[in-house]
Design a protein around this ligand. Structure first.
Ligand SMILES: Nc1ncnc2c1ncn2[C@@H]1O[C@H](COP(=O)(O)OP(=O)(O)OP(=O)(O)O)[C@@H](O)[C@H]1O
Length: 437
């Protein structure tokens, strides 16, 4: 996959639109549980168990864990967008107050799937989004500057005139689409930015670039929470805090740099020269049990010599997860997390700390004009959506039109039309009867 990073404008630059201090988001969650209701009398299933943590403006939190460990569930709970078949207990507080729903502009969420319009170029996608979401009172030049800066920040400068792409149209690579999705969300500099696997589909250089950009947004005062799969050691080191989940249980929450101490104290030290994030994930990923089993069946024992963690000496993951989770609950890291939460909440004691979004998006007319324009561009460029329909309706028009061709304007013309229909019906009936026999 080829990505073009605009090295002439490194991400650590512009802070013109950082959220003001009144719009900074301190988020804490305590004893957060999410259960999925069972269908047809089946018991409910826990997908997040007693998660406790915090994230502050200026810092970036990584949510890591094997597939199905509950990363997206935690992000969804923080964003208030859990599925209707789930039940949430525990507290999520935004600036000390219970968060029911977030005001417009407070939080932005980059989902795991890219939701983009394939017929627009990168520039158009960001420009239309800017017209819809930036305040109506900013000038065209300011808007253009914000769009250009966002394109540069996400390393999309060289491909700004490329189409996003769809079934009919070859467009951006998967990584570029991912960066465009992020660009659309950081455009408004939201106080709280949640991202579900923003680096999936990116190579290590592009992943580093994206996370560096997120880190710079955090430095501007944004609160960033991101789930991430298998980061390189350089990318991993960019995160300030880490929450490690396995099967919904918290294995670790705390400073990223302290995780190695915790694992060492729990008899799972990270071997020298190993990427720490790979090490933590290998220990808590039950899929490696199956790898071990499969390799044992294939008698591939010599793999043990290169990676003792994976084969004979590997303990059952379920046991390891239970031990680590219990060790974390009793550890100083868990105590430190709770006392930090108390400290954060004490800042908002008695104060109305719930931030409201700027609410400053384009007015109704501006939205209507932008959406109509975007829809027209989309329709005219999409052969499936527009041109095929034009062809289909022309054909239908011709078929119906020929029935009335030269029938005249007399009363008897109605009979001619009726007879024509009856004639067609008779042919149809005969054909059907013929098919029956
Ligand atoms: N609404 C739901 N209904 C039923 N099961 C759900 C629901 N949401 C999540 N789950 C289940 O909960 C578990 C955790 O899901 P989640 O999407 O949070 O995992 P994840 O760590 O983000 O995984 P991945 O890395 O593969 O995206 C999975 O087993 C998933 O099937």
């Amino acid at each position: 996959m080829e990505v073009s990073l605009d090295v002439s404008s490194p991400p650590d630059g512009v802070c013109e639109r950082a959220p003001p201090s009144s719009l900074r988001a301190h988020v804490v969650w305590t004893d957060l549980c999410v259960n999925v209701q069972g269908k047809g009398g089946k018991p409910s299933r826990s997908i997040l168990v007693g998660a406790t943590g915090y994230v502050e403006p200026g810092s970036i939190l990584a949510i890591m864990g094997p597939s199905g460990s509950g990363k997206s569930t935690l992000l969804d709970a923080l964003a208030g967008r859990l599925a209707p078949n789930t039940v949430q207990t525990g507290d999520i507080l935004l600036n000390g107050q219970s968060k029911t729903s977030l005001s417009y502009g407070v939080a932005a969420y980059v989902t795991q799937e890219d939701v983009l319009i394939g017929t627009l170029t990168v520039f158009e996608s960001i420009m239309y989004s800017a017209s819809l979401r930036l305040p109506g009172n900013i000038t065209k030049t300011e808007k253009r500057a914000i769009v250009d800066r966002t394109i540069r920040e996400m390393g999309l400068w060289d491909s700004q005139n490329s189409y996003v792409g769809n079934f009919f149209l070859r467009g951006l690579s998967g990584g570029e689409k991912r960066r465009l999705s992020i660009a659309l969300q950081i455009l408004t500099r939201p106080p709280l930015l949640l991202l579900d696997e923003p680096t999936s589909g990116l190579d290590s250089a592009a992943a580093y670039f994206v996370v560096s950009t997120l880190k710079n947004l955090a430095k501007e005062g944004c609160t960033v929470v991101s789930s991430i799969h298998q980061p390189s050691s350089e990318v991993f080191a960019l995160f300030d805090n880490l929450t490690l989940l396995s099967n919904g249980h918290t294995i670790y929450f705390g400073e990223t740099a302290n995780a190695s101490e915790f694992f060492a104290a729990s008899n799972h030290p990270c071997p020298p020269l190993r990427n720490p994030s790979d090490h933590y994930l290998q220990i808590i990923n039950a899929d490696f049990d199956q790898v071990k089993h499969a390799l044992k069946n294939l008698r591939v024992d010599d793999v043990e010599s290169t990676d003792p963690l994976l084969l004979k000496t590997r303990k059952n993951t379920e046991e390891v997860v239970k031990t680590l989770s219990a060790a974390y609950q009793k550890s100083d890291y868990s105590i430190a997390t709770r006392s930090k939460i108390t400290h954060i909440l004490s800042q908002f004691n008695g104060k109305a700390g719930l931030i409201g979004g700027s609410g400053s998006h384009a007015n109704f007319i501006q939205q209507c004009v932008t959406l109509t324009q975007r829809s027209f561009v989309n329709m005219t460029r999409d052969p499936g959506y527009y041109w095929l329909r034009v062809a289909m309706y022309t054909m239908v028009g011709l078929c119906l039109g020929t029935i009335f061709w030269k029938v005249g304007f007399k009363y008897s013309s109605i009979l001619v039309i009726e007879n024509t229909f009856l004639h067609y019906l008779r042919i149809l009936q005969l054909k059907l009867n013929g098919a029956d026999h």
